[in-house]
Design a protein around this ligand. Structure first.
Ligand code: SF4
Ligand code: SF4
Length: 217
């Protein structure tokens, strides 16, 4: 997402790779669930998240839509997000014990926190620490790869780069050719979200097939 704050204002000024140690360890949250209580509909979901949620909940995007997933506009692009509870504004998956009810298949946004990603001009990205987001004191150093806990991280990071390019292109196109951009947004939603994934098949091969369809190859 684009924000008006500078990188230096929100981070320690450093860029990290997944093999680096970062001071983000928060003692398994130790009774805190602050970041899950104030999500404010900002847990944006990508196709990997939808695949993981579909597998974990035995649902499809269509059956989750309006119930656990909503659609919002961010950076001019219609994007799925995890809905908060109407009653108290907390994430719908935060359980009574103040723990994540879908920890093993929680979205990438949640896995990252309090890390963020910063993208470079060549499409690659680095991780950074959002230093003002998690109030836990005396954080310990943790390897980012372990923090994320995502299998086949190299393939996942390749997916993240590709997905970022697709969304960025739609967002940039909204300025020059909104009609074309809206059409691309509708196709993006249909191809990468609404069309159910085959849970017996690997995510990445299905994603790459869909990229080719999206690009009209
Ligand atoms: S704010 Fe920090 S310590 Fe609290 S639940 Fe979130 S990550 Fe854990
Ligand atoms: S999915 Fe889990 S980790 Fe993410 S905001 Fe909801 S309760 Fe918190």
């Amino acid at each position: 997402m684009k924000r008006n704050l500078t990188f230096e204002e929100i981070s320690d000024g450093k860029r990290y790779s997944s093999g680096d140690l970062a001071k983000i360890g928060c003692g398994d949250c130790n009774g805190c669930s602050e970041c899950c209580r104030v999500t404010e509909d900002t847990i944006f979901l990508d196709p990997y998240d939808i695949y993981s949620l579909s597998a974990g909940l035995s649902e499809t995007f269509a059956t989750m839509l309006d119930k656990t997933i909503g659609l919002t506009v961010t950076d001019s692009v219609v994007t799925p997000f995890l809905k908060k509870k109407e009653s108290d504004g907390a994430c719908g998956f935060l359980n009574a014990e103040g723990r994540c009810g879908i920890h093993s298949f929680r979205p990438g946004f949640c896995r990252l926190f309090p890390l963020g990603r910063i993208y470079n001009d060549d499409g690659s990205f680095d991780y950074f620490i959002q230093v003002h987001e998690c109030p836990y004191p005396n954080k310990t150093k943790v390897k980012i790869k372990s923090w994320l806990g995502i299998p086949s991280l190299g393939r996942y990071e390749e997916f993240v780069r590709t997905w970022h390019e697709i969304v960025k292109n739609i967002s940039e196109c909204m300025v020059d050719n909104p009609t074309l951009a809206r059409e691309a947004n509708v196709r993006m939603l249909k191809i990468f979200f609404e069309t159910p994934y085959d849970m017996t098949e690997d995510f990445y091969s299905q994603f790459h097939e869909r990229v080719l369809i999206y690009q009209g190859a």
